[in-house]
Design a binder for this molecule. Sequence first.
Ligand code: BEZ
Ligand code: FE
Length: 281
Amino acid sequence: MDEQELTDEVVARLAGTPDPRVREVMTSLVAHLHAFARDVRLTDGEWLAGLRFLTETGQTCTDTRQEFILLSDTLGLSSLVDLVNHGASDAAATEPTILGPFYVPGSPSREFGASMVEYDDGGEPAVLRGRVLTIDGAPVGGALIDTWQNAASGFYAVQQPGVQPATNLRGRFLTRADGSYEIRTVRPTPYPIPADGPVGRLLEQTGRHPWRAAHVHAIVSAAGFATVTTHIFDRASDYLDSDTVFGVKESLIRDFTPGQDGVLVCEHDIVLERAVLERAD
Ligand code: BEZ
Ligand code: FE
């Protein structure tokens, strides 16, 4: 049996997969995996090193650390899946970007204008404000902004149990009837993704840095609209052009500028698309 015949034989064995989508995905996966091994003439040692790497990636995962998501993110796969699924969205809608591994569901509900700073580690005070709007510019009242960000130390609360309160710099905010929202927080800082595991070693081996440009995360949802998972990036941040997880989109970069009281203000409107089901009505 030659190389191509082997690939064909494996693909043929998948022909009986009952679920058509599983059949399609597995057939393509095998074809591309075999093509990759043939293309680089993968050696025995490299094959084993790859398996060891994936094993260690799994062993590095804990309840609060998802090394496989980091791997997907640093290989650009997470951003590619995002583009495949949301790339054709209305150009006027707020662009999505990756979720990342530090989202924790169940953040506290906070009032309009409330602070989500529960622990002071020297961050620069900042206010995020803007409106949630439809594509046509109408306000979306009652939209939920589920937001989280890192502290001045560079760490998210979930990475520093016992140092930061678990709900520090996380919150769920509702927009007012005019679509407005206001969040008191601190300026986000650039931070390195966890680089002490196999993914960090791979970055080093490939001459790459582990840094993310400074950003605030948000998942924005409202009844009848498609939920968007997105970021706001700080225009003054380093790494905007080399974010290690390929998450930066020009349309999401905003200025943090001093307001009248000297506190930094970042203005950012979020535009939601109607949910697909509603559009079909
Ligand atoms: C984040 O933005 O929280 C993140 C994204 C990808 C990898 C690590 C962190
Ligand atoms: Fe982040």
